[in-house]
Design a protein around this ligand. Structure first.
Ligand SMILES: Nc1nc2c(ncn2[C@@H]2O[C@H](COP(=O)(O)OP(=O)(O)OP(=O)(O)O)[C@@H](O)[C@H]2O)c(=O)[nH]1
Ligand SMILES: [Mg+2]
Length: 216
């Protein structure tokens, strides 16, 4: 049987474009955060809180990744920040090419930070570098407290893991400390925070991470 030649390595091409994105961001002095995580875990609200608390100190832009629609993009726009919505169609992750397109539409000369909200899931985004400087993974207690140990790959390459919605941990019978311990077992270098975007618990530490993560 004839073998079908594979024209190119998709991940290698992605990595090359990611490097180009990174060079572009570096040349403008912009720090980019790739915010990945489970569907509905709180990615958008955590970025909104960062915009609210840091928007008068840093010039922030956003890229809002979604399969379809621009609901999250509209949420960011309500804070008055430059935003580009990126629809992936059927794909379950952003890739560097889509981000390159998004960056070309942001006023990069007028920005200090870009938050990139990835598509909500814990599997596909892990393989696709976007050119970001910091990788954040958000999970919440409502996914069940075994969600971290079930998806080790995405946590192994993260800088920060946020276990969100701790205000409802008891109601959903989840042990947030177990989730924190699981993340640390996968990657002992990880920073791990417990937060509630509803009560404000731990949000100060998320903001501190963003400020520390900003390149000098
Ligand atoms: N109780 C509680 N609800 C929260 C918390 N954080 C977010 N939510 C709610 O969870 C829902 C999802 O929050 P989003 O910020 O939209 O989550 P997301 O990860 O961006 O969702 P997708 O982009 O759809 O994957 C919303 O109804 C939020 O109000 C929290 O800390 N506690
Ligand atoms: Mg969202």
């Amino acid at each position: 049987m004839e073998e079908v030649p594979v024209g190119y390595d998709v991940l290698a091409v992605n990595s090359a474009i990611a490097r180009r994105n990174r060079e572009l961001l570096d040349s403008r002095g912009i720090t980019a955060f790739n915010v990945m995580g489970a569907i509905g875990s709180g990615k958008t609200i955590l970025i909104e809180l960062a915009i609210q608390r840091l928007g008068n100190k840093y010039r922030i832009g956003t890229l809002a990744g979604d399969v379809v629609a621009r609901i999250d993009a509209a949420r960011f726009e309500r804070h008055g920040v430059p935003t580009v919505g990126l629809n992936t169609g059927k794909e379950c992750h952003l890739d560097a090419h889509l981000v390159e397109h998004g960056l070309s539409k942001l006023p990069l000369d007028k920005l200090d930070m870009v938050f990139i909200e990835n598509v909500g899931n814990l599997i596909c985004p892990a393989d696709y570098a976007l050119g970001e400087h910091r990788r954040v993974v958000v999970v919440s207690v409502s996914e069940g407290d075994d969600i971290v140990e079930k998806h080790p790959v995405i946590f192994s390459a993260a800088d920060l893991v946020i276990v969100n919605k701790i205000d409802i941990a008891e109601a959903v019978g989840a042990d947030a400390d177990k989730m924190v311990a699981d993340a640390r077992t996968i990657n002992p270098k990880l920073e791990v925070l417990k937060t509630s975007a509803k009560t404000g618990d731990g949000i100060g530490k998320w903001i501190e991470f963003v400020e520390r993560g900003r390149r000098g």
